[in-house]
Design a protein around this ligand. Structure first.
Ligand code: ADP
Ligand code: ZN
Length: 678
C-alpha cells in the first residue's frame, strides 16, 4: 500500500500536514534523516507510516515510558501491530511483545533508552529483523540541554552495529543542538535534514501586564471552564496557592512541581492525561512527559525565562490542531527576577550573555508593538505577515512617541550614578519631597520634577518597557541599580526615537466572554460527543483522545455525518476506528439532530445554555445508570431546558420537576451541575 492510502485507511487523515510528506518519503526510502518539527507538528506519523511501508521491524527509541505506552495504544487502536519493551511492562505484556516478534507480526517496537545498556541488544534486534531506527526527542543526546539522557549516547553505536538507516526527530531548533545530534547519532555525517516551520497557527497568542495576577489567571480560566489547561508558575509555592484558588472557584485543578514525591507527580500526570478538563498548575518541571494532544490553553502566571522556553511551553497547547489559547503575564519584578537568575547562575560568561539575549528576545515579544507571531517567528528566522490571531492583531497597540520620557528616565539614572532602582528614580522624576531624596541632594538634580506630566503608575510602565526594550538593566553588582545599555545611547543623544505602548493596565478590565470551540448551535452536540467519548474511554481504560481527538469531534459536530460512509470522511476516523466506534457516535449525532434544536436554541448566548450542555453531558454518562447496565433513560430536551432555567436547589424540588423516576437516576448529578454553575 502507498503512504497516502495508509494515511487514510490506518490513521484516518485526509492529507499530510505541512512538511510531513517529504519526511515520510525520505524515511520510507531508508535515508538517514533528521527532522526538526515544532511540538504538535505530527512527528510520530513521520516514522510510524514509513514503518508500515517498509519491510521488517522499526525500533523506536523514546525517553518517556508513558509516551511510548500511549503511542502503542493509539497504534493498536488503529489496527497496527506495535509493542513496547519498557520497565513499566507486566510480564504478560512483555511475553506478548516477544510472541508477536517471533511470529514476525510486529511492525513497531518501542524501547526505552535504558534498555540499550543491557548486553546483547544489537544481536537481539538483528535477529528479529530490525530494518530501521527511529529516535524521538533526539535532543536528549545533547549534553548541554536539560533533557540529557546518557543512554542516548549508545544509539550511534547501535546504528553502526545494525547498519540500518536512522531517522531522528526533535522540536529543538538551535544550531548547537542540531550539530550535537549529527555528531552523536550520525558520526558527524550530515543526514537529510528537514526544518519545518515553527508557526502554530491554531494557537492564539496574548500577553498582559500583571495587575492582580491571580485574578487575571482566574478570569482566564473561568472563561474556559471545563477545558484542559496548564498554568505555569515561577515558584513551587505559587503552584499550590493558585491551584487552591482555582479549586475554590469550582475548577478541577491540581499542582505539580519538582519538589513533589515521584509517586505524587505520576498521579497528576496520569490524571491530566486521562481526564477531560483538568487544570494543572505547575513549574517547568511539568514538561517533556506531557503528550496530551487536547490541551486547550496554557497560561503563564510568571514570565518564562527565555523566548525558547516560552515557545516550548505554549506549544503544549493544541497539538491536535484545534483552536487553543495562551496568556502570558509579566511585570517589572519578573524581568528583575529572570535577570538575577541568569547573573547568579553558574554558567560561564558567554553562556550568560546568550541567556540574557534569549530573555531580551522574550521581553521584546512582551513589549511588541505589532503582531506577536510575526515577532516570535522572526526570532526563529521565519518571515510572516500579520497573523490575525494574536492580541495585537485583535486590537492594535496604542502607541505614543516615548522619546522624551525615556530620555528623562535615562538622564535620572545617569545623574545618580546608575545605582538606583526604578522606585527611587521615579520619585526624582516626580519631584517628590521624601527625605531619602533630599538627604542625597537629589532634589538639586536638573531632572528633579521634570516628569510630572506622567503619574507614578505611568512611570512604572515606562520603566518596565525600557527594561523590556533592554535600554536599562538591573546591575547585580549594584544591588539592582539600573544601568544604561549601549542600545539606549542613540536615544539619549537624540539620534533615535522610540515608540512606547500606552500602558495596557487600564484596558484590561472588560468582561470574559465564554470561549467556544464551535458555534453556539454546534456546541451541545459537541458536548454530547465528548460525553460519549468519555464513556467509551472509561470503559476501555484509555485516555479520551485515544478514541478520537478534539478536532475530530469538532468536525463531527460541524458536519454531522448521518451514515458510516459520511463518517469515514471525517478527519481522524480510520477504518479500524470506524468499525469500533462509528455507530456509537452516529447515534449520538442522529439523536441530537432530532432533539437538540428548539429547546437549546432558545438559550443561545445565555448562561442556561452552558448549564443545559453540562446537564446533557452528565445525563449521557448516566443514561444506562451508574454502572452502565441499567435501562436506557434520557430526559427530553424540554425537560432539561426546564431544569436549566428553574435551577432546583434541592432534591424535593428536583423531583417535582423531573418526576420520581428520572430524579432517582439523574437528580444528584443534576444538583451537582447546578451548584457548580451558581
Ligand atoms: P509531535 O510532533 O508533537 O510528536 P504528534 O505526532 O503527537 O506531534 O501529533 C500531534 C497531533 O496531530 C496528534 O493528535 C496526531 O494525531 C495529529 N496529526 C498528525 N498528523 C496529522 C495529519 N496528517 N492530519 C491530521 N492530524 C494529524
Ligand atoms: Zn498577530
Amino acid at each position: 500500500m502507498t503512504a497516502a492510502t495508509l494515511l487514510r485507511d490506518v490513521f484516518g487523515f485526509d492529507g499530510f500536514r505541512l512538511g510531513q510528506e517529504e519526511i515520510v518519503e525520505a524515511v520510507s526510502l531508508g535515508q538517514n534523516t533528521l527532522a526538526i518539527m515544532p511540538t504538535g507538528g505530527g512527528k510520530s506519523l513521520c516514522f510510524q507510516l514509513p514503518a508500515l511501508v517498509r519491510e521488517g521491524v522499526t525500533v523506536v527509541i523514546s525517553p518517556l515510558i508513558a509516551l511510548m505506552r500511549d503511542q502503542v495504544r493509539g497504534l493498536r487502536e488503529a489496527g497496527v501491530e506495535a509493542g513496547a519493551l519498557t520497565s513499566g511492562n507486566t510480564q504478560e505484556e512483555t511475553d506478548a511483545v516477544w510472541q508477536a516478534l517471533e511470529e514476525g507480526r510486529l511492525k513497531l517496537l518501542y524501547m526505552a533508552p535504558e534498555r540499550l545498556a543491557a548486553g546483547g541488544v544489537p544481536q537481539m534486534l538483528r535477529r528479529i529483523g530490525v530494518s530501521m531506527i527511529a529516535v524521538d526527542e533526539a535532543h536528549c543526546v545533547s549534553q548541554w540541554g536539560h533533557d540529557f539522557r546518557p543512554d542516548y549516547l549508545r544509539i550511534g553505536e547501535l546504528r553502526r552495529a545494525l547498519g540500518v538507516p536512522l531517522a531522528a526527530f526533535t522540536a529543538t531548533a538551535d544550531a548547537e543542538t542540531q550539530a550535537e545530534i549529527v555528531e552523536k547519532l550520525f558520526d558527524g555525517v550530515p543526514p537529510v535534514t528537514f526544518l519545518r516551520g515553527f508557526d502554530r497557527p491554531n494557537i492564539h497568542l496574548a500577553f498582559a501586564v500583571k495587575d492582580q495576577p491571580r485574578q487575571q489567571i482566574l478570569s482566564f480560566a473561568a472563561a474556559r471552564k471545563g477545558q484542559s489547561g496548564i498554568v505555569y508558575c515561577g515558584t513551587r509555592a505559587k503552584t499550590e496557592t493558585i491551584a487552591q484558588a482555582l479549586r475554590e472557584a469550582g475548577h478541577a485543578a491540581c499542582h505539580y512541581h519538582g519538589g513533589m514525591e515521584a509517586e505524587d507527580r505520576r498521579v497528576v500526570e496520569g490524571r491530566f492525561q486521562q481526564e477531560d478538563g483538568l487544570i494543572v498548575v505547575a513549574t517547568v518541571a511539568f514538561g517533556m512527559g506531557i503528550d496530551k494532544p487536547d490541551i486547550r490553553w496554557v497560561a503563564h502566571a510568571d514570565l518564562p525565562k527565555s523566548i525558547e522556553s516560552y515557545y516550548q511551553e505554549i506549544g503544549r497547547a493544541g497539538r491536535d490542531g484545534a483552536p487553543a489559547e495562551t496568556l502570558t503575564l509579566f511585570g517589572p519584578d519578573d524581568i528583575r527576577y529572570r535577570r538575577q537568575q541568569i547573573d547568579e547562575g553558574l554558567a560561564p560568561p558567554e553562556r550568560r550573555m546568550a541567556d540574557h539575549a534569549r530573555l531580551n528576545a522574550l521581553l521584546g515579544l512582551c513589549e511588541a508593538l505589532e503582531c506577536r507571531r510575526k515577532t516570535l517567528l522572526g526570532y526563529f528566522g521565519e518571515e510572516a505577515t500579520a497573523c490575525g490571531h494574536c492580541d495585537l492583531c485583535d486590537k492594535p497597540a496604542d502607541v505614543f512617541d516615548g522619546t522624551t520620557p525615556v530620555r528623562m528616565a535615562l538622564s535620572a539614572a545617569l545623574r545618580t550614578g546608575e545605582s538606583y532602582g526604578s522606585g527611587h528614580l521615579i520619585e526624582i522624576l516626580l519631584g517628590s519631597d521624601l527625605d531619602k531624596i533630599k538627604q542625597r541632594g537629589h532634589d538639586q538634580l536638573p531632572t528633579y520634577g521634570v516628569g510630572k506630566e506622567y503619574s507614578r503608575r505611568e512611570w512604572q510602565a515606562i520603566f518596565r518597557q525600557m527594561m523590556g526594550h533592554d535600554l536599562l538593566r538591573p546591575d547585580p553588582e549594584r544591588h539592582g541599580g539600573l544601568r544604561m545599555t549601549e542600545k539606549a545611547r542613540p536615544i539619549l543623544r537624540g539620534e533615535d526615537t522610540i515608540q512606547l505602548r500606552r500602558d495596557t493596565i487600564k484596558a484590561a478590565k472588560t468582561g470574559n466572554k465564554i470561549k467556544m470551540l464551535v458555534s453556539e448551535d454546534d456546541a451541545p452536540l459537541l458536548s454530547a460527543l465528548k460525553a460519549k467519548r468519555r464513556a467509551l474511554a472509561e470503559a476501555a481504560g484509555v485516555p479520551a483522545y485515544i478514541i478520537y481527538n478534539d478536532s475530530t469531534l469538532i468536525e463531527m459536530a460541524q458536519k454531522r455525518p448521518m451514515s458510516l460512509d459520511e463518517m469515514a470522511k471525517i478527519s481522524g476516523v480510520g477504518a479500524k476506528k470506524l468499525q469500533s466506534y462509528g455507530d456509537a457516535f452516529l447515534s449520538v449525532i442522529a439523536g441530537e439532530v432530532a432533539q437538540l434544536h428548539p429547546a437549546r436554541r432558545k438559550m443561545a448566548g445565555r448562561s442556561e445554555g452552558s448549564v443545559y450542555d453540562r446537564l446533557l453531558e452528565v445525563q449521557a454518562d448516566l443514561s444506562r445508570g451508574e454502572d452502565g447496565t441499567g435501562k436506557p433513560m434520557t430526559c427530553s430536551a424540554s425537560l432539561l431546558a426546564k431544569v436549566a432555567q428553574m435551577r432546583p436547589r434541592d432534591m424535593a424540588t428536583m423531583e417535582r420537576v423531573l418526576g420520581a423516576k428520572y430524579a432517582e437516576r439523574f437528580g444528584d448529578a443534576f444538583l451537582g451541575v447546578l451548584s457548580e454553575a451558581s
